[in-house]
Design a binder for this molecule. Structure first.
Ligand code: EPU
Length: 446
């Protein structure tokens, strides 16, 4: 027996004994075939909490954030902020509000070791540069779902007066004070819009963002920045106006619910023929998905306490094409494909946002799905029943798709590399267990 210690390099679910003879990881094991029933509370949104945490860098003084989910990406962000010199108040429980103070920040830089595990750390760039006149950011590399460049973030900052240099895998930026500009994004970019919106809050003059992302997380960030004293109009539309101010104040903000987590549980109800009440979510946040789920036969209705989702006996096949908000989110594509794998008929799933976001398809095929990839499209012929199999998670939403497939499959499914799941789904196996799923997390030896 050896005492296990975590190895951060390899991910939060990787453990090694001190003699380094054995590596332990975690996997999720699911015995499928049980309809989910009961209630689930949706957590705060990961993709709203991340920019909110970086917004702390825009001010001096304690900022208070409520409903931050207990996730690995949140822990990574806190480590990045601490590395820079911000102080994070100890919390007695992970559900307590986060209090972060970036007063006296000493290192305006994000280190490679942390950035390589979380691309969203690029969100430090805008706030650091506009508040501290310089920022050194480790360049995020490609990731499993695509190349994911940050050229549009850098182009916008250069237009606003920043000097940008790439050196040794880092982006070094500096500017005396950024100035307002008209920025047109060639491609709709979520973190690009957030980064430049934050940078513009302390710039001199007015910035206009055109072809801006319209996701609810953008609006949530704008609301938070407005609480800090920023002057922002039009967030949630494709044109955002920001008039720069001289200083911003600390904030107290509650993060919006996670629409992607909510949608994943809606699909869980659908794929298992279950009946779930989702608390802490409203229909407008999951609108495009709800429309598609209604088309496949799922019943969805708003109740006093939340959103009731009831799966049909037989799911119908429908086509989907991913698009920026308010279109069908790419973050639902993998989970929806798992649903279509057991639908009656053939569906075509088109992915337009990321160039490599079909990694889950081959894993679903291992479970008996009939899926053919043709460029940006996947042709999914529904089968009567998936069968449990050992499968490998490749990214966050792909992992969720495999969990959903496992819940519906006949027999035992083992999902490996679940550290992806821990980046973005708060206590997923606990929530699913409460809904009646036979699911557990176990350590495996390699
Ligand atoms: N793009 C560029 N240049 C840029 C920025 C983006 O070409 O400078 C391209 C990307 O390569 C991609 C498209 O624009 O093809 C859209 O990418 P976007 O910048 O919108 O993605 P992101 O901001 O990096 C966020 C979410 C993702 C979500 C996408 C799309 C966060 C922290 N991440 O990523 O969430 O898939 O928007 O909606 O908000 C997830 O949660 O699993 C996740 C990947």
């Amino acid at each position: 027996m050896c005492a296990l210690t975590p190895v951060t390099m390899a991910g939060a679910d990787t453990w090694v004994c001190p003699y380094r003879t054995k590596i332990y990881m975690q996997k999720i094991v699911i015995q499928g075939g049980r309809p989910l029933k009961g209630e689930v509370k949706i957590s705060g949104a990961k993709n709203a909490a991340l920019p909110a945490l970086f917004a702390v860098l825009l001010t001096d003084g304690p900022c208070r954030l409520e409903q931050t989910p207990d996730l690995r990406d949140i822990d990574t962000t806190l480590k990045i902020l601490q590395h820079m010199g911000a102080s994070v108040k100890m919390r007695l429980t992970k559900s307590a509000p986060l209090v972060i103070d970036s007063n006296g920040l000493s290192h305006p830089e994000t280190p490679y070791d942390l950035v390589k595990t979380m691309r969203a750390s690029v969100l430090a760039l805008g706030p650091l540069l506009t508040k501290y006149q310089r920022a050194r950011i480790s360049l995020p590399g490609g990731c499993a779902i695509g190349a994911r460049p940050i050229n549009l973030h850098l182009k916008a900052l250069e237009k606003m007066g920043a000097k940008v240099e790439l050196e040794g895998g880092y982006v070094n930026t500096s500017a005396k004070r950024l100035h307002g500009e008209r920025i047109y994004f060639d491609t709709v970019t979520v973190t690009g819009t957030e980064n430049i919106m934050m940078a513009a809050t302390l710039a001199k003059g007015e910035t206009v963002l055109e072809n801006a992302a319209r996701e609810p997380e953008i609006t949530d960030l704008a609301n938070l920045l407005i609480k800090m004293g920023a002057k922002i109009e039009g967030a949630g539309t494709e044109t955002i106006h920001i008039s720069g101010v001289d200083t911003l104040s600390p904030f107290h903000h509650t993060i919006i619910p996670d629409r992607i987590e909510a949608g994943t549980y809606m699909i869980a109800a659908a794929i298992t023929g279950g009946n779930i009440l989702l608390r802490n979510i409203n229909l407008t946040l999951v609108d495009a998905l709800a429309v598609k789920l209604s088309e496949v036969g799922v019943k969805i209705r708003e109740e006093k306490d939340g959103l009731r989702v009831e799966g049909p006996k037989q799911i119908k096949a429908v086509d989907i094409t991913t698009a920026p908000y308010p279109g069908f989110a790419t973050d639902f594509q993998a989970q929806f494909m798992a649903l279509m794998a057991v639908a009656h008929g053939t569906s075509v799933v088109v992915e337009t946002i990321f160039e490599n976001r079909f990694m889950h398809a081959q894993e679903l095929v291992r479970m008996g799905a009939d899926i053919k990839i043709e460029g940006k499209s996947a042709v999914v012929k529904g089968v009567k029943q998936l069968s449990g199999a050992p499968v490998m998670a490749s990214d966050l939403r792909a992992s969720a798709a495999l969990v959903l497939a496992g819940l519906a499959a006949d027999g035992l499914t083992e999902i490996h590399r679940i550290y992806h799941l821990d980046r973005g789904y708060e206590h997923m196996e606990k929530k699913l267990k409460k809904l009646g799923a036979r699911i557990k997390r176990v350590k495996v030896k390699y």
